[in-house]
Design a protein around this ligand. Structure first.
Ligand code: TZP
Ligand code: MG
Length: 209
């Protein structure tokens, strides 16, 4: 993948959207210029069963309309069933080895928190790594404590050709710190989902880099 594709990495599930119109939020974000999208339908309020799959397909269709990669969080069966563009996994999901084997050439992203996790991700040709939470976040129940940009900077320095996206509490105001530390982009839930003006917010992420 091209590292520019990580510039504004939008992540959303219906649980992140108060208005009950998550597809409208996604379409606004796509119109505003997010560069990649991750379907992350998760937690107590998440859709399940057929409603989950239908919602995923609707999100994918919108991403196709704007020719933006559609990445599925955690759920490899869904990623394969929908022929998604890629899969993002954390350390509690299936192994990186198994994920790479099953998704073949599709985009594979892995969340890493330590150098040893990073080395495993690289060994199985992760296309990018997600590093965070950089700042405090309310969007992930089991988030680890915020770490700042230190580890991200270490990874960027040691692996200059590896695409990196920072995540966790990132806003247009602090995005430059993540980029200055060596991130190729920022992964964002609440700053976009809760924005009163998604067009302006996405533009600010790009301008403030
Ligand atoms: N992984 C680490 S932090 C986080 C995830 C999925 C949530 C990011 O959401 P927000 O609202 O942008 O802090
Ligand atoms: Mg996960």
């Amino acid at each position: 993948m091209k590292r520019e594709q990580l510039e504004v990495y939008f992540i959303m599930g219906s649980q992140n959207v108060k208005s009950n119109e998550p597809l409208a939020v996604l379409e606004k974000a796509l119109q505003a210029g997010v560069t990649i999208f991750q379907f992350r339908e998760k937690g107590a309020d998440a859709r399940t069963g057929q409603a989950y799959e239908d919602f995923a397909r609707a999100c994918q269709k919108l991403c196709q309309k704007y020719t933006i990669p559609f990445i599925v969080n955690d759920d490899i069966e869904l990623a394969l069933k929908l022929d998604a563009d890629g899969l993002h996994i954390g350390q509690d999901d299936l192994s990186v080895k198994e994920a790479r084997k099953r998704i073949g050439e599709k985009i594979l992203g892995v969340s890493v928190h330590t150098m040893s996790e990073l080395e495993v991700a690289i060994q199985f040709d992760t296309d990018y790594v997600g590093i965070g939470p950089i700042y405090g976040t309310k969007s992930k129940d089991d988030a680890k404590p915020a770490t700042g940009t230190r580890f991200l900077n270490q990874v960027a320095t040691n692996y200059p050709s590896l695409p990196i996206v920072g995540i966790g509490g990132i806003t247009p105001e602090n995005t430059h710190e993540v980029i200055r530390a060596g991130g190729d982009g920022v992964a964002v839930i609440s700053a976009i989902c809760e924005s009163e003006d998604i067009q302006a917010t996405v533009q600010l992420f790009k301008i403030n880099k």
